[in-house]
Design a protein around this ligand. Structure first.
Ligand SMILES: C[S@@+](CC[C@H](N)C(=O)[O-])C[C@H]1O[C@@H](n2cnc3c(N)ncnc32)[C@H](O)[C@@H]1O
Length: 239
């Protein structure tokens, strides 16, 4: 594993400082949840090609012990990720910023537990404590954060994972920071990285990257051009 900061004392202090990093950040979610409230089930129609996501979810299922607790971060409609994880017998908790997405996910995956919450609320000693997980999936949700917040979200994910826990991440490959784009009839702000940079950001957050893949996705008749989807399979080191 490579990392930019290997000082364990610094990491320890950060894990016990709830506001570390967020203190210097103005968290602005204006319009982001509302956009997904309006999109609802149209999201799955616009992005029918879920091959990469299904493969990454299957990696979690195949690699985690039976009955493991798994978090789907920015779960959207719950399809396919929460549904597949739950069908495999894992204990699934989903979180999303959009009320409508949480309602759809509850409808689609009644065997899982869903919460209306912000990724930032799950930070160490933050306002929501959902316990610890053996696995976390964050598919196309961290891209809705400004770049300055993405390392903090990765630190939150590390905090939520048990030692040796697995993390499946997907992002769209793009050199953007909190950039407004038209999206399914509305506007959202998105961030992204080129693939080498994404890997560096994830490794700097003290994850081992154990696998990487990419898929070209052509959204169905939407106002979204073809995208390159990057998938990283990661592990939180033991202890
Ligand atoms: C592009 S969709 C991806 C949905 C799902 N993970 C999938 O891949 O099908 C992004 C999702 O992240 C949610 N989201 C955006 N910002 C969030 C935040 N700060 N905290 C929690 N969820 C967020 C959105 O509401 C939306 O459902």
């Amino acid at each position: 594993m490579s990392s930019t900061s290997g000082d364990p004392r610094q990491e320890h202090d950060q894990d016990h400082d709830p506001e570390h990093g967020y203190r210097h950040l103005r968290v602005d979610r204006t319009g982001q949840a509302e956009a997904f409230d309006r999109i609802g089930g149209r999201y799955d129609e616009a992005f029918p090609d879920k091959e990469g996501q299904i493969a990454a979810t299957e990696w979690l299922v195949a690699s985690l012990p039976a009955g493991s607790r798994v978090l789907d971060l920015g779960c959207g409609t719950g399809v396919p990720t929460a549904r597949l994880l739950s069908q495999a017998g894992l204990e699934v908790v989903g979180v999303d910023l959009s009320d409508v997405m949480v309602a759809l996910a509850r409808e689609h995956v009644p065997t899982a537990e869903f919460h209306h919450a912000d990724i930032a609320d799950l930070r160490p000693a933050g306002p929501r404590d959902l316990g610890r997980f053996q696995g976390v999936a964050a598919f196309f949700s961290l891209l809705m954060l400004p770049r300055a917040e993405i390392p903090l979200a990765l630190r939150t994910i590390r905090h939520l994972l048990a030692p040796g826990g697995l993390f499946a991440l997907s992002m769209v490959e793009a050199d953007l920071d909190d950039f407004p784009i038209p999206f399914l009839g509305g506007r959202i702000r998105v961030s992204g990285y080129r693939r080498e940079e994404l890997r560096a950001v994830v490794e700097a957050a003290h994850f081992d990257v154990v696998g990487e893949s990419s898929w070209t996705c052509v959204p169905a008749g939407a106002d979204v051009p073809p995208e390159e989807h990057l998938f990283l399979r990661c592990r939180k080191p033991d202890a």
